[in-house]
Design a protein around this ligand. Structure first.
Ligand code: M6R
Length: 608
């Protein structure tokens, strides 16, 4: 999704701004641009496509500047094109970059057209440049013009703006879209993502909704929603190069798949002790609150929602709590009834997903006992706005396709199931059994990664097809869904998931030799039923690829049976996820797609 970076410095900033755009490429984008202040004029360069092209333009034109703003755009209003790329400008004077969506843009466009402004893009963002210019031309300062502009805007935004008539200042503003200041050496920076400037500083200030700030190379000043000067906390984050580079791997996704043993260890580390989960690992007072919980409501999107679907089974089996789960984008619109003593749980890698944040904000107006988030980014809006939280500690996830974020979310959700059970005095023996299994989980994941060689043998067969079906039952149905999502998003093969028992109610009609069927068959009380479902596929000429417990015997005519390592049943969903990730990755590699930045997708979806 769109990325913003801005810098006011004593050195040339062109290169550092473009490097920052590169660091945000993982978020997904379709065009890029930069505006660099050059005393009496502004160099304005934009390209459709990769940041590399913008970089080439910069090398050709060699603009020099100590003050600038830059952007990667992910199209919402208007097609991907150079005209729609940011920065947008007004009267060759004001240049802005914007993340978010301006909801009342049609009304504001009419107002500006009446004032004599003409539009050169189809975006909602361009009007911000015109509004700022409109107020500046009436003699207001940059900061005052930003406040006057803010008064007119409805929607979500992070904005950075420069004025040709002022070569010292950048003004930034935040409302519902992430924006932070970085304290550099002899320079101040702004960005929508700490990764963009993590090479330049480890001191960050996260702006709050309504804040406006002014940056020069010497200083920064922050004003709150009421235009009062405020000081905001400085957060120290060490974003090492290692965490944001591919190292020996071809893609970030590949690196992130193989990081999972360490990532899961980091999620569990320091949170379990003896035979149980430790107290208050979700924040001070959380263990007491958990005693009162009678029901759980989960909201999340995409992969994070799949983690929630697995967890709903755990909350029932381990914590003995009924759980309702909703797509975050749907939750607010179904007029949800909130039962007494319900806990709202949000799950998000980024903590900035607009639908999930909106669901949390909506829920806070309702009668929830409390709100809790499972998140990978401690400084995110979701983490800051939830009463309780646990961080997955997976390290930055750069590949758009979620891998280590998912398995660490599952590990954290298991800790939540155990904590709820502990506070409610439920299932002590089961808790002890799971804690033992959790401790050996990183090793089991490591062993599972060794299946790569076997998966390499089946990848070409899947890569040559246009469709695939994923089957799982019970707690494995969400894993089948996650497998299908991984395959479709990075290889562009159409993939669907079904609970295996549903096949005969319709999807069986799709089965022929062109439809690979990937099935998850762990040892379980319904293993025999699953095998019968798979026989139905075999009888119709379907090719089966079955990831199964060694105890399950099946005579396949074609396809392959792959034996999975042993693990406690309740944790097997984590183990069975791994081969599906490797399979999607290897299939996408064979099909030559853009694995880390699949078409049309964004890592952090900050629009609703
Ligand atoms: O950052 P979040 O976990 O809130 O993101 C939610 C989804 O956009 C995300 O899980 C998406 O489905 C995955 N990147 C797919 O691999």
């Amino acid at each position: 999704m769109c990325g913003i970076i801005a810098a006011a410095s004593n050195r040339n900033v062109g290169k550092l701004l473009v490097q920052g755009l590169h660091k945000m490429e993982y978020r997904g984008y379709d065009s890029a641009g930069i505006a660099l202040h050059q005393k009496d004029q502004i160099a304005h360069l934009r390209t459709l496509g990769k940041v590399k092209l913008l970089e080439e333009k910069m090398i050709a034109e060699k603009p020099k500047s100590k003050l600038g703003i830059a952007h990667t755009r992910w199209a919402t209003h208007g097609e991907p094109s150079e005209e729609n790329a940011h920065p947008h400008k007004s009267n060759e004077r004001v240049y802005i970059v914007h993340n978010g969506i301006i909801e009342n843009y049609l009304d504001l466009k009419e107002f500006l057209k009446d004032e004599g402004y003409s539009f050169s893009s189809q975006t909602d963002s361009e009007l911000i440049a015109h509004l700022l210019e409109y107020f500046l031309s009436k003699g207001n300062s940059m900061v005052d013009s930003m406040y006057l502009t803010k008064e007119k805007l409805d929607g979500a935004y992070a904005i950075a703006a420069i004025d040709r008539e002022n070569d010292q200042n950048i003004v930034i503003a935040r409302s519902k879209s992430p924006l932070l200041i970085g304290i550099g050496t002899d320079e101040f920076l702004a960005a929508s993502d700490p990764l963009a400037i993590g090479q330049l500083t480890n001191e960050f200030i996260f702006l709050e909704d309504g804040d406006v700030a002014e940056l020069t190379s010497e200083s920064y000043t922050i004003f709150d929603d009421t235009k009062q000067k405020v000081s905001r906390e400085i957060t120290h984050i060490d974003i090492s190069n290692q965490a944001t580079s591919k190292g020996e791997y071809k893609h970030f996704m590949e690196k992130e798949i193989y990081e999972q043993p360490d990532a899961i260890l980091n999620t569990i580390d320091g949170r379990v002790g003896g035979d149980d989960v430790l107290e208050n690992i979700f924040g001070l007072g959380s263990s007491d609150i958990f005693q009162k919980v009678k029901r759980v409501q989960i909201v999340a999107c995409g992969t994070s929602l799949h983690a929630g679907r697995v967890a709903a089974n755990w909350f029932s089996a381990i914590s003995e709590l009924p759980t309702q789960i909703d797509y975050a984008s749907e939750y607010r619109y179904r007029n949800p009834h909130v039962d007494e003593d319900s806990l709202l749980v949000t799950i998000s890698q980024s903590g900035e997903t607009a639908d999930t944040l909106a669901a949390l904000r909506y829920a806070k107006e309702k009668d929830y006992l409390s709100t809790l988030c499972i998140c990978n980014v401690p400084t995110s809006s979701l983490a800051r706005e939830s009463e309780y939280s646990i961080f997955t500690n997976a390290g930055p996830e750069i590949g758009v396709a979620s891998t280590k974020a998912f398995t660490t979310q599952l590990a954290a959700l298991m800790l939540l199931a155990l904590s709820l059970a502990k506070s409610r005095n439920r299932n002590p023996k089961l808790r002890k059994r799971i804690i033992t299994a959790l401790r050996s989980l990183p090793d089991t994941v490591q062993e599972t990664l060794k299946l790569k060689d076997e998966i390499l043998e089946i990848a070409p067969e899947i890569a040559s097809k246009d469709n695939a079906l994923f089957l799982g039952r019970g707690i494995f149905y969400p894993i089948a869904k996650e497998g299908a999502l991984k395959l479709k998003e990075i290889s562009y093969i159409h993939a669907e998931a079904y609970p295996a028992g549903e096949l005969k109610h319709g999807p069986l009609a799709l089965i022929d030799e062109e439809m690979p069927v990937i099935a998850l068959a762990p040892e379980s009380e319904i293993a025999e039923k699953l095998v019968s479902n798979l026989e139905e596929v075999k009888a119709r000429g379907g090719t089966l690829y079955v990831f199964s417990d060694p105890s399950i015997s099946m005579d396949l005519k074609s396809g392959r049976l792959i034996n999975m390592p042993k693990c406690d049943f309740l944790l097997t969903p984590i183990i069975y996820t791994i081969p599906l990730q490797i399979l999607s990755y290897e299939v996408a590699l064979l099909r030559g797609t853009d694995i880390d930045q699949p078409r049309n997708l964004a890592k952090s979806v900050t629009v609703e």
